[in-house]
Design a protein around this ligand. Structure first.
Ligand code: GH3
Ligand code: MG
Ligand code: MG
Length: 333
C-alpha cells in the first residue's frame, strides 16, 4: 500500500492501529545487561541479525539509568549482574509504573533449580533462560514477548486518543496538564490553557446531519493541530469542546495564540456546511490556579462568559484583581 497517497491523519491512524507496520517502521529497542563481554557480543550480533536495535550495559545501575532515558521495549539481563543483580533489576522494573510493562528476560548460566525459577517468577521476569548460547530459544521468547508488548502499546495509545479526530482525548490531556503543573511549579515557569467550544453546533447537526457535524469537529481539530507548536498539546475534551495546552507561554502570548486560532477557524469554509466559529476561554499558570482542576474550571468559566457576550470571541479568566474591578464598575452602575 502506498502510504504517501493518504492524508497525514489517516496515514498516522493507519500506522498507529497496525502494530506490525509500526514495528517495521520503528525497530524494537532491546537493552542487554551483562558484565560478560563475550556474552554481550554474542547477544548483540544475534539480536542485530534478527533486526532489533540493541543497547548494551554491563551493570545493574547502568541498566536502570538506560531504562529511564531510553525506554527500551524489552530487557535481557544476566542474573549475576554487578551492583544491582538481575532479580532486583526485574523487581524494580516491574514496581515502577513507568516501566512496569517492559518485559524482562533473565539469563542464568548453568543449572537452574526450582528455587531460581520461583524467584524469577516472583520478581516478575517473563522468561528465564539457562543456556544463553541457545539463540533460537532466546529469539523465540523475545519475539513473542514483543508481540504482546506492541499490542499493549497500541491499546494504551487507543485509550488516550480520540477516535474521531486522532487528537489526544480528555484523559491524556488531563494527565499531561498535571505533569505540566508539576514541571512549571518546580522550575517556576508559566503556561497557558485554552478551552474552546464550537458555537451553535446543535444547529449544524440539526440542519446538515450528524455526519456533517463530525466533519466540522475534524476540521477544527486539524486547524488546532496545524496552528500550534510541537511542544503544545491540542485535545478533544468533550463533544465539540477542545483544550489546548501551551507550555512556556505567558498570558498575553497565549491570548495571541487563541486569537490566531479563532481567526483560522472563522476563515475556513467547510464543504456542505459553510463557516463556523468558536468561543474561547483562557487561563494561565500560576496566575489563575496552581492545579489542573482550577485551571480548567477557570478557562471553562471564561469560555462560557465568551458565549454569554456574543460568541466567536476570547475571554480571559478572572483574577482576584480584575474581578474586584468588575464588581466596583458594576456597583457604580
Ligand atoms: P453553544 O454556542 O452555546 O455552544 O451552542 P451549541 O449548539 O454548540 O450547544 P451545545 O454545546 O450544548 O451543543 C453541543 C452539541 O454537540 C450537542 C451534541 O449533540 C453535539 N455533539 C456532541 N458530540 C458530538 C459528535 O461527536 N458529533 C456530532 N456530530 N455532534 C456531537
Ligand atoms: Mg457548542
Ligand atoms: Mg458544548
Amino acid at each position: 500500500m502506498n502510504l504517501s497517497c493518504l492524508p497525514v491523519t489517516t496515514c498516522e491512524l493507519f500506522v498507529r492501529h497496525n502494530p506490525t507496520l509500526l514495528a517495521m517502521i520503528e525497530k524494537f529497542k532491546i537493552l542487554v545487561a551483562d558484565d560478560n563481554p563475550d556474552k554481550r557480543l554474542l547477544l548483540t550480533v544475534a539480536l542485530h541479525e534478527a533486526d532489533y536495535e540493541v543497547l548494551c550495559v554491563n551493570d545493574g545501575n547502568a541498566a536502570l539509568r538506560s531504562i529511564e532515558t531510553l525506554q527500551p521495549d524489552l530487557v535481557i539481563a544476566d542474573v549475576f549482574l554487578p551492583k544491582v543483580d538481575g532479580y532486583e533489576l526485574a523487581r524494580r522494573i516491574r514496581s515502577n509504573p513507568q516501566t512496569k510493562f517492559i518485559p524482562v528476560v533473565l539469563l542464568a548460566t548453568g543449572h537452574m533449580d526450582a528455587e531460581d525459577a520461583r524467584r524469577s517468577a516472583e520478581v516478575g521476569a517473563l522468561a528465564y533462560i539457562t543456556d544463553p548460547t541457545d539463540i533460537d530459544l532466546l529469539l523465540g521468547r523475545v519475539q513473542t514477548l514483543l508481540d504482546f508488548k506492541a499490542y499493549l502499546d497500541a491499546c494504551e495509545e487507543d485509550a488516550f486518543t480520540d477516535y474521531l479526530t486522532g487528537l489526544a482525548n480528555r484523559r491524556r490531556f488531563e494527565k499531561v496538564l498535571r505533569k505540566e503543573v508539576s514541571r512549571s511549579t518546580r522550575y517556576e515557569r508559566e503556561f497557558c490553557l485554552l478551552w474552546l467550544d464550537i458555537d451553535n453546533f446543535k444547529q449544524i447537526n440539526d440542519k446538515y446531519g450528524h455526519g456533517a457535524g463530525d466533519e466540522v469537529i475534524k476540521t477544527i481539530a486539524r486547524i488546532l493541530q496545524k496552528g500550534i507548536r510541537g511542544i503544545d498539546l491540542a485535545a478533544r475534551v468533550g463533544g465539540e469542546e477542545f483544550g489546548v495546552l501551551l507550555p512556556e507561554t505567558n498570558f498575553e502570548s497565549g491570548y495571541d495564540v487563541a486569537e490566531r486560532l479563532r481567526k483560522a477557524i472563522k476563515k475556513i469554509r467547510i464543504p456542505n456546511v459553510g463557516y463556523v466559529t468558536a468561543s474561547f476561554g483562557i487561563s494561565s499558570f500560576p496566575l489563575h490556579g496552581k492545579n489542573s482542576k482550577n485551571l480548567i474550571a477557570k478557562a471553562d468559566t471564561a469560555m462560557y462568559e465568551a458565549k454569554r457576550l456574543g460568541r466567536n470571541r476570547i475571554e480571559r479568566a478572572a483574577t482576584k484583581t480584575n474581578r474586584t474591578k468588575a464588581l466596583s464598575v458594576t456597583s457604580k452602575g
